[in-house]
Design a protein around this ligand. Sequence first.
Ligand SMILES: [Fe+2]
Length: 280
Amino acid sequence: MDQFLNQIKKQGYYNLKKFFNLNDILSIKKKILHSINNPDNIKIAKNLKLAVQKDPNIIRYYQSKIKYNLTKKEIRQGYKSYGKKTNKILLDNPINIFGNYFVKLLDNKMIKIIQKKIKNPKIGYLALNCEFKNNLPGNDANLIHTDDNSSLENKTNLLKIAIPFHLMNNDRFEFRQICIHKKKISNVKQYMTLNEIPKNIKKKIQAPNIKCGDAIIFDPNNFFHFGAKTKYNVRIVLTIVVIDKKHPMKNKAKEFKINNNILKSLSKNQKNFCSLFLRN
Ligand SMILES: [Fe+2]
């Protein structure tokens, strides 16, 4: 069997080594850090500190259920300050932030690998997140979870690609995965802490060998995964959600705009990969 298909099926992930060169990673990281102190570039920034004061159980909920947002003024004070009130922000319009690097991101080799699993793959969603080191409790992404809350196998074609932009030296990505299909695990909840999972399952947790410049492809609906809290002041991760064109998520892709300049530089294969985006 093909190595990629075999690994995605058995352990739920596949390493894409040397996805980006180090200079590109540094330039992109700079662009992102430059963007996050401007409220216009931020789509979601929840005030978790305030939410936890009001309800200590809030970490059990999806981020989206938190009612309190950081104010524009708080964001303008800079991430070193607001990063103490929130664990994570979502940036608006990542394609704009990446600029010409977006073309490199749609790597033809990567598209070919994904085509082994999803015949006509399309980007359904892009999430550029920054997470901060602070004393707040972890939230949903730090808890062990699957993206699909059913215990049955999810057969819709969806894969995620996560690319870290913050790693230094020889550090490994904080992404963790339980390398056993969820249908083989019984009596689990959708969100769990490390203490809540049975010992034999705990043994299956892997820290994939993803370093600076690498990316990981994983199956988030069928395998439990989580991000260990970071030791970095800012953790920067781009997640590309790849779907089949029939997947219900396809409508979400319409919120991403791709400008003609970028579009002109794309190959036919790359254009097809982001054909769910709107042109502006
Ligand atoms: Fe997830």
